[in-house]
Design a protein around this ligand. Sequence first.
Ligand code: NAD
Length: 470
Amino acid sequence: MDGESSAQMIGMRRVFARLANGNATRRVQFGLAERRTALLALRRTIRAHEREIIDALASDFGKPPSETRLTEILPVQTEISHALRNLRRWMRPRRVRTTRAMLGTRGRILPQPKGTALIIAPWNYPLALSLGPLVSALAAGCAAVVKPSELAPASAAILSEILTDALPEDLTVCLEGGPEIAQSLLDLPFDHVFFTGSPRVGALVAERVGRRLGSVTLELGGKSPVIVGPNADLKQAARMIVWGKFANAGQTCIAPDHVFVAKSIEAPFLAELKAAVAKMYGRDEAAQAASRDFARIIDFKHFARLTEMIAQAQGSGARALTGGPSDAETRYIPPTILMGTDPDMAVEREEIFGPVLPVIPFVRLDTVLDRIEAGPRPLALYIFERDRAVIDHVASRAISGALGINVVLAHFLHLNLPFGGIGRSGQGAAHGEWGFRAFSHEKAILETRFAPLRLLMPPYRGSRKRLTKI
Ligand code: NAD
């Protein structure tokens, strides 16, 4: 370890020790009132910094102000309001029914703060995906270090300012930096690690935390397919898909990655897609490039990856229904819809994470479901269809983190639904009570008032017979 990184490590250990220590002394009194105070302070401070948040995201990747309000500020504010409304109930010990074998006892479950948490966030929703988990951590009574992504530096800076203004430094600290900072932090004995990011880094995080048997939530990514069935409302489907795909320029973990469309309705559906792009972003290439409602790509590496993906697909026979020239200087890639892609192309193999939408026709629904089943479990799956039997078939057969029926993305905002993946798309869940639980330990408490359970004690003669009656 060189001088600089060992000094950095010592600094991080100090931060950790302060938080862990502060949290240990706080734990006794970090009850409902103090948690509410922290959440209210956070809500106020976010509101006071709204303009700077909007400017930071515009500077990091040209995110339109309305999208910032809708997808960065609103989700955090609603998460805070929801926690404030429900916290008393979440914190309450829950009585459980006594089982026959346990007659004469009383059982309850007491949620307790896990302790000191580490939150590692990605760049694509830099505020929402740092502050959302932090709200859950504070609600659960945990102290936390938040490590935002180095790829959205203006957003990380404003996040750091908000946390410094809103919360005491023995409760929350923001540490800016890249993978090396994250790795050093991962070696510290945090009581919970909440990671949001790519499956590749998620695996590294799980391995590192696993070495010390630490607890971890993984919110990862992957390909989230859409199925457009033969009886779908095509206009509604197209509008939803275009919005869900091209918001944030496609840099959304639960964005529709690619569309499987029933062959019988392919042509009218493509026409609706094209019309939806024209309506939301402009009729032609020039209008789309000038649209104020369309974000840019986060950095040149991702810009190059995406333009390469498009070029490779088009070089191998794919055609563009919408699209056009990209601009490296401003990292602009137009809303691009591709037809005639095939499973060997990168657009069909890798998570796209950009404004590129392959549309793939199908004849039999089960071949699509077989294909989804053969790949990694999606974070989200979407179906557009009016026939209940088809919807039910997809709902019961396909396994995914979430299923959207005639809707995309919006399940993220429903705080009475768990948000999380399965397998390669994640582990554990976030939002609302699930977020609270991720940062809590559910302690089992069993109490007896008198001396029951005699059957469990010697002498055992005859007890087997009596126990089998229970
Ligand atoms: P990423 O995995 O590259 O980075 C995420 C965080 O991990 C960043 O803070 C980064 O600094 C840190 N990091 C990077 N390399 C690391 C390493 N070797 N060791 C430790 N930490 C490291 O992800 P990204 O590019 O920021 O985000 C895009 C990915 O995140 C996509 O796959 C997307 O689907 C996924 N994502 C998932 C969700 C969700 O809620 N499930 C939300 C947003 C994004």
